[in-house]
Design a protein around this ligand. Structure first.
Ligand SMILES: Nc1ncnc2c1ncn2[C@@H]1O[C@H](COP(=O)(O)OP(=O)(O)OP(=O)(O)O)[C@@H](O)[C@H]1O
Length: 290
């Protein structure tokens, strides 16, 4: 199944065109790094894929997710809203509600999947609370479940945001510069968490990154944008120092990144006891109100 299919996607803001007829296909279970200099169109492309942005009209462009059309020639299709529920989006700024507990934030991942009255009254079904706690356990934050989001570190908040998309049971994760605000150790942990979800759950992940060594280490495929056009689209190992130099407008000899290569799967979880806590144990924990 095709997870993402884009054809002839163009986007302009005023008289400035930031995406020029982009074509892309992403398949099930891929982990794709989206790289490119600042302003090359990475965020716009991600916003387009998740239905937050309309393409230009009159271009015959088309976007489909999971083989269903979300927009065509600048018009959203009837499937768009339903398909958005299947897409988990992670932003650089975490987007947790700071005064609420981490668990409540993570439960928000269920909002598109429960009746509205439950969401507005905060009466999440027990099964959803178990899902949220399992997600927190997978990202190594079970002990922080009842902590206010504002008291968590940046790395913890970003892993909280990942737990939220796990709770959403997203089939596609779009992460827009998820590690840009993090220290190196937290960045590594966030990237290995995304990679592990991709490997264990076969969730498709697209991650835009400024730190290209992380893209080299964790992604199977690199899509490189330059001035709104795809400059490179292929296996991570196939991108050359010259490609990178061209992308960022630097001398190839000044780059020290080719030593970074895709990591081999280890099968090791990022956290001890990760992900598979006994259901009973988790059910007991949800007795605490959220
Ligand atoms: N809502 C908007 N209105 C006007 N211009 C916009 C808007 N959104 C993006 N742009 C412009 O589109 C271009 C591409 O922006 P985009 O954020 O997609 O790039 P990016 O590759 O994600 O950059 P960065 O890595 O710095 O986040 C930039 O020139 C930006 O100023």
């Amino acid at each position: 199944m095709s997870i993402i299919a884009l054809s002839r996607i163009s986007k302009s803001f005023g008289d400035k065109t930031v995406l020029h007829g982009v074509d892309l296909e992403v398949g099930e279970g891929e982990m794709v790094g989206l790289i490119g200099a600042s302003g090359s169109g990475k965020s716009t492309l991600i916003r387009m894929i998740c239905g937050l942005e309309r393409m230009d009209r009159g271009t015959a462009g088309r976007i489909a997710l999971f083989d269903k059309e979300t927009q065509k020639d600048g018009r959203f299709s009837e499937h768009c809203e339903g398909l958005r529920r299947e897409v988990g989006v992670i932003f650089q700024q975490f987007n947790l509600i700071s005064r609420l507990s981490l668990l409540t934030n993570v439960l928000a991942g269920r909002l598109g999947r429960i009746p509205r009255w439950r969401g507005t009254t905060g009466l999440f079904p027990q099964s959803d609370k178990v899902k949220a706690l399992r997600a927190l356990e997978r990202v190594g934050l079970i002990d922080q479940a009842h902590q206010r989001a504002s008291t968590l570190s940046g790395g913890q908040q970003q892993r909280g945001a990942i737990a939220r998309v796990l709770t959403q049971e997203a089939r596609l994760i779009l992460a827009d510069e998820p590690i840009a605000s993090l220290d190196p150790a937290s960045a590594k942990l966030v990237m290995s968490t995304l990679r592990q979800i991709n490997r264990l759950d076969k969730t498709t992940v697209i991650v835009s990154l400024h730190q290209i060594d992380h893209a080299f280490e964790h992604c199977d495929r690199i899509i490189a944008l330059k001035d709104g056009r795809v400059l490179h689209n292929g296996p991570t190992g196939g991108i050359s120092p010259d490609d990178i130099a061209d992308l960022y407008g630097v001398e190839a000899g000044s780059l020290d990144l080719v030593k970074a290569r895709p990591a081999k799967p280890t099968g090791r979880p990022a956290y001890p006891g990760n992900g598979l806590a006994p259901q009973d144990d988790l059910a007991a924990r949800v007795a605490v109100s959220v």
